[in-house]
Design a protein around this ligand. Structure first.
Ligand code: DLL
Length: 433
């Protein structure tokens, strides 16, 4: 099912012509309306007229999260405040929040992008969709909310938290689709199983998940727990929020809304643009944004692009599931370790739950990694030998995948923290005295 079939199946030549025209518009718009970009573009000697092909994007300077923070709150906005109809911000846990503003046209574009992706994932006007992202400054909830309303689905704006009540609504309203982070969907299933209602009282058929990584192994567990079909959605607040890319029901990569977002892959160390198919850092230029336009925004997310048309008929480029963030990547004794690699191992071991924590320490001159995982069965704690055996198995499997040794600790069931939003699994103690 398509929301805007003509655009979603547009031929590549036509699509690229549209992108080029919009890229030139954006460069000119930034130059004229954002002093930060006037200076940057002057320094680089770039003007809209000089851009003759999409390849010329490489001459445009990149923008980083630090640029947004340095210009907090409205320094990169291109319109006066009275033209904005909404403001969102990132949580700002690691510094000043990054603030983003939307004009009416930006919001229309956002809900179109979302409507396309939820339909591609299989949502319809028949669905009752419960939104279990936190409503507020986070873009996830309102982003999906307006897209789902646009396709005529019945939206239940339940927000995150108060899980038992959310489950009551789910049973009583006959909710058919759930919007949540994968980790919250997993936690909700855990709580549902503890309540006095059979799982057959729930009617979820579709999960519209996203906002954090999720290995295929973890996804199978969520699907099995709920009996639903899960799809992945990607985006970030600086670019708009969710709606940048998402999986269709083929689940063979996340389709970009490529008429609105121009993606590139770069080598995160050198900034060099990589060839299609190569893995590296995703850089995105929104092509029509008015409130806060950005040029070549460095996402820090590591992925790959695939320009082959999809079996679903959509032609827009697909990205692989995010492999990790370049700033989430742990460097342990010189080896790059992504949390997703660890998750893919842990989730296949039946004696432990899919909840885990990664603790990084500096001991002397070496970095060490402790993988803390939860037992499914409390009784195992009584057997030292069995625990040791299990630790040995996990350690061996992790070493095979990661190429380094790590410490494995097993703790009792339901002792690790659960998350209602994005899971925070890494505890990096290296810079603590
Ligand atoms: O997480 C927007 C969003 C909301 C996307 C709901 C999808 C669904 P931020 O809070 O600004 O925005 O966080 C953006 O989250 O750079 C990625 O590192 C990560 N991220 C987002 N979606 C995915 C995903 C929203 N599907 C940051 N897989 C991004 C992996 C994701 N990581």
């Amino acid at each position: 099912m398509f929301f805007q079939k003509e655009i979603e199946t547009m031929g590549r030549k036509e699509l690229e012509a549209l992108q080029l025209e919009r890229l030139k518009w954006t460069v000119d718009y930034c130059y004229r309306n954002v002093p930060f970009y006037t200076k940057r573009l002057d320094e680089a000697g770039v003007t809209a007229e000089k851009i003759k092909s999409l390849k010329d994007i490489q001459y445009i300077p990149m923008t980083t999260k630090a640029d947004l923070r340095d210009n907090y709150p409205f320094g990169l906005f291109a319109v006066p405040k009275k033209e904005l109809v909404r403001i969102h911000a990132s949580s700002g846990t690691t510094g000043k929040p990054t603030v983003v503003g939307y004009t009416r046209k930006d919001l229309d574009m956002w809900s179109d992008c979302m409507a396309r992706l939820v339909m591609a994932a299989g949502a319809t006007a028949e669905d009752v969709v419960q939104i279990s992202f936190g409503y507020g400054m986070f873009t996830g909830a309102l982003g999906l909310h307006y897209g789902l309303e646009k396709i005529g689905a019945t939206v239940v704006p339940n927000s995150s938290g108060n899980t038992e009540k959310a489950l009551m609504y789910m049973r009583d309203f006959g909710t058919t689709a759930l919007v949540a982070t994968p980790s919250y969907a997993l936690y909700m299933a855990e709580v549902a199983k503890e309540l006095d209602y059979p799982m057959s009282d729930y009617h979820l058929r579709l999960g519209l998940f996203g906002s954090e990584g999720c290995t295929p192994e973890m996804r199978w567990q969520i699907e099995a727990a709920w009996g639903l079909f899960a799809t992945d959605n990607y985006g970030m607040s600086e670019l708009m929020g969710p709606g940048v890319s998402g999986e269709c029901s083929e689940r063979d990569g996340l389709h970009f809304n490529e008429d609105y977002f121009l993606p590139e892959i770069i080598n995160p160390e050198t900034g060099e643009v990589l060839e299609p198919g190569e893995s590296g850092e995703l850089v995105i230029t929104p092509l029509t944004k008015e409130g806060i336009p950005l040029l070549r925004y460095r996402t820090r997310d590591i992925t790959r692009l695939n320009y082959e048309p999809c079996r679903c008929g959509r032609t827009h480029v697909r990205m692989d599931k995010v492999q990790g963030r370049s700033d989430d990547m742990l460097k342990i004794r010189g080896v790059n370790v992504f949390p997703s690699q660890i998750e893919s191992v842990l989730v296949t071991i039946p004696q432990i739950s899919p909840h885990y924590q990664l603790i990084v320490r500096r001991e002397g001159f070496t970095d060490t990694l402790e993988v803390k995982s939860e037992l499914e069965d409390r009784n195992l704690l009584d057997s030292f030998v069995k625990i040791q055996e299990l630790q040995g198995v996990i350690k061996h499997k992790l070493q095979t995948v990661l190429g380094i040794q790590c410490k494995v600790s097993l703790v009792g069931p339901k002792t690790l923290q659960r998350f209602e939003g994005k899971a925070q699994r890494i505890v990096d103690l290296r810079n603590q005295k």
